[in-house]
Design a protein around this ligand. Structure first.
Ligand code: ARG
Length: 310
């Protein structure tokens, strides 16, 4: 009997053994000492539901400790009284290749945060290999809507960050931008509907593109098609996981920090060899944010290659 085995596996087949390697990251976070819900700028926020800022701080500290115990460095920006959403540091800017662009917020309630994050990046960026380019000219909510996949900038629009801001990011950070349109107000920022799990060029399983997870229904059919074409092996999350902000996750390539309530996502991640780290941020969910919202990644410029002596 002849066994017919294909000479080469199909192009999409990845290595079954998916040993995952973590790479150390540097994050910026802001403690929620002034956290509150006193205005409603997304459907998660209800000013009649009481908030316990003390409890929010305890939960936030657990997230910080979870990062630090896995070897990541966390910088802390001082919270400003009167800015209850400043805890969502991801919105403060975008830092790629050692260049930082501070945010320009949509809603007047959050606009002073842009200046606070810009000041931190100006003062503390250089010691971390980061040059501040100042504040964006266009409406831009930082890593809330701008997710670096290691190769291109995935850029959300529809609720906050504008297409004009995408063009500004492409020009000022010198990156290729892939625009994605959001349609569901519950997922008003890109980072509530999509997570980068392994940036392009860092996968140990044979994949070359970045590995992502996303909730398809948060996007227009056109943007869903863009995502499916670019990332054929993406994890497509269920609505159940998306509505507990299970896609608002931070990955170091091995550990994926995400809501402890997103149990379906935990299982999908485990199935691919990631280690989900469940975090309880129930207080901060009242403001419409979870793990990723609290975390701005600082990506320094790549270290210069040492010239080979002749
Ligand atoms: N209350 C904040 C707002 O609506 C939440 C921001 C959450 N941050 C995020 N990266 N999705 O602006």
């Amino acid at each position: 009997m002849t066994l017919l085995t294909p000479a080469t596996p199909p192009a999409t087949a990845l290595q079954p053994t998916r040993a995952r390697t973590a790479t150390p990251r540097r994050f910026l976070m802001c403690p929620p000492v002034h956290f509150d819900v006193v205005y409603a700028i997304n459907p998660w926020m209800d000013v009649t539901v009481p908030v316990d800022a003390g409890h929010a701080v305890v939960q936030w500290q657990a997230l910080k400790a979870a990062y630090e115990s896995r070897g990541h460095i966390v910088d802390v920006i001082s919270p400003v009284p009167g800015l209850p959403d400043m805890v969502y540091a991801a919105n403060g800017g975008i830092v790629v290749g050692g260049k930082a662009l501070a945010a320009r917020f949509t809603h007047p309630e959050r606009q002073p945060e842009g200046t606070a994050y810009e000041s931190w990046l100006n003062a503390s960026g250089p010691a971390r290999g980061v040059t501040s380019l100042g504040q964006a000219a266009e409406r831009n909510e930082g890593e809330g809507d701008l997710l670096w996949d290691g190769e291109v900038m995935l850029a959300g629009t529809g609720f906050r960050t504008t297409r004009a801001a995408h063009a500004e990011v492409a020009a000022r950070l010198d990156v290729e931008v892939v625009t994605l349109e959001l349609v569901d107000p519950r997922f008003y920022h890109l980072d509530t509907a999509l997570a980068v799990l392994s940036p392009a060029g860092t996968r140990s399983d044979g994949g070359t593109r970045a590995e992502i997870a996303f909730f398809p229904e948060a996007f227009t059919p056109e943007s869903q098609a863009v995502l499916r074409e670019r990332y054929p092996d993406a994890i497509e999350a269920t609505e159940e996981d998306a509505v507990v902000l299970g896609l608002n996750a931070v990955s170091d390539g091995r550990h994926v920090f995400l809501s402890d309530r997103a149990t379906g996502m935990h299982a999908s991640l485990r199935g691919r060899g990631f280690e989900p780290v469940g975090i309880d941020l129930s207080e901060l969910l009242k403001g419409g944010g979870s793990v990723k919202c609290c975390t701005l990644e600082l990506r320094p410029a790549p270290s210069p290659t040492v010239p080979q002596s002749a």
